[in-house]
Design a protein around this ligand. Structure first.
Ligand SMILES: C[S@@+](CC[C@H](N)C(=O)[O-])C[C@H]1O[C@@H](n2cnc3c(N)ncnc32)[C@H](O)[C@@H]1O
Length: 265
C-alpha cells in the first residue's frame, strides 16, 4: 500500500470507502435503534482455523492453574463472573495472544475486562500475561465472542476492541467477516452513549469494507480529525502480534475509533 494516494489507508483511499457499500445481501437487516439480542445461530463462523495448535507443557500448566477461575460460560452472567455487575466494563473480541487485553487491564485496574478468543493457544499466552502482570480484572471466554452478546445488557460496555479481525479475503468468504451491520447494531446496543468501538486492520480491502459499514451506520461517529488518527497506534494501546507482523510485512495497521452516538436513528 503506497503513500501516493492509491492505498486504502491514504485519504484518497478512505474517501473511496464513502462510495455506496457493496451488496449487503448477506447481512441481515435490523431496524436501527432497536436491535434484538441476536443468538449465536444467527451468525456465520468468523474465525479461520478449526483446530488450534498443540499446546506446550508450560501452556497446559497455565491453563490448569488459572483458566477455571477466570473463565466465563454462556449464557453470560456478569454478576457471577465478576462478583458483581461491573460499573465499568470493556470487551476485546479475538484477543489472539492477549497482549493488548493484558496491557489495557494492567493500565486500567478500575475497569473490568472481558476477552473472547476461541483458540486455546491464545488463551494460554494470555494467561502468561495474566500471571506476569498480576491481573485481577480480566475474565476470559474461550469461544465465539458473539455467544456472549445475549448476556451483555444494553449500554453495559464502555469500549469494544476488535483488532485485526480475520480478513476473509476471498469474495465468497466475505460474508464471514465479523464487521457486518448486525454486529454493529449489537455493538451499538451494548455500548454506553459515548462509548468506543475500536477497529484495527492491516487488510486494505477489509478496511474499505469496514468503512463502508461504519460510516453509514447511524449509531456511530468516526472520531478521526487528521490522518494520524487512523495511521498511528492509539496512545493507550500497544501493537498486537498481528500488528507487528503486518507492519514488518509492509502492511501497517489502520485504526478506526468510533464513538457510539446517543441514538441510532
Ligand atoms: C488475525 S487474529 C488477530 C489476533 C489479535 N487481535 C492480534 O491483533 O494479534 C484474529 C483473531 O480473532 C479471533 N476471532 C475471530 N472471530 C472471532 C469471534 N467471533 N469471537 C472471538 N474471537 C474471534 C481468531 O481466533 C483470531 O485469534
Amino acid at each position: 500500500m503506497g503513500e501516493d494516494g492509491s492505498g486504502a489507508r491514504s485519504e484518497v483511499g478512505i474517501r473511496r470507502a464513502l462510495i455506496a457499500p457493496d451488496d449487503d445481501s448477506n447481512e441481515t437487516d435490523e431496524a436501527p435503534g432497536s436491535p434484538r439480542r441476536l443468538v449465536h445461530s444467527d451468525w456465520l463462523h468468523s474465525y479461520g482455523r478449526r483446530r488450534g495448535r498443540r499446546l506446550k507443557p508450560n501452556q497446559t500448566a497455565l491453563i490448569e492453574k488459572h483458566l477455571d477461575a477466570l473463565s466465563v460460560t454462556t449464557p453470560l452472567d456478569l454478576a457471577a463472573a465478576f462478583g458483581q455487575v461491573p460499573e465499568r466494563l470493556r470487551l476485546e473480541i479475538g484477543f489472539g495472544g492477549g497482549e493488548h487485553l493484558a496491557h489495557q487491564a494492567a493500565n486500567n485496574p478500575d475497569v473490568s475486562f472481558l476477552g473472547a478468543e476461541p483458540f486455546m493457544n491464545g488463551v494460554a499466552t494470555m494467561l502468561r500475561h495474566f500471571e506476569q502482570k498480576g491481573l485481577r480484572n480480566v475474565r476470559l471466554y474461550r469461544g465465539d465472542a458473539r455467544e456472549l452478546f445475549s448476556g451483555i445488557p444494553d449500554g453495559a460496555l464502555e469500549a469494544i476492541y476488535v483488532l485485526h479481525p480475520d480478513p476473509w479475503p476471498k469474495a465468497r468468504h466475505n460474508k464471514r467477516r465479523l464487521i457486518q451491520k448486525p454486529f454493529l447494531d449489537q455493538a451499538w446496543r451494548m455500548l454506553k452513549p459515548g462509548g468506543e468501538l475500536r477497529l484495527a486492520t492491516d487488510d486494505p480491502d477489509y478496511l474499505i469494507w469496514m468503512l463502508q459499514r461504519v460510516l453509514i451506520h447511524p449509531g456511530f461517529e468516526w472520531t478521526a480529525r487528521t490522518a494520524d488518527d487512523w495511521r498511528l497506534i492509539p496512545a493507550d494501546a500497544i501493537e498486537t502480534r498481528y500488528g507487528i507482523k503486518s507492519r514488518l510485512e509492509g502492511r501497517p495497521a489502520t485504526f478506526l475509533k468510533l464513538r457510539r452516538r446517543e441514538t441510532a436513528a
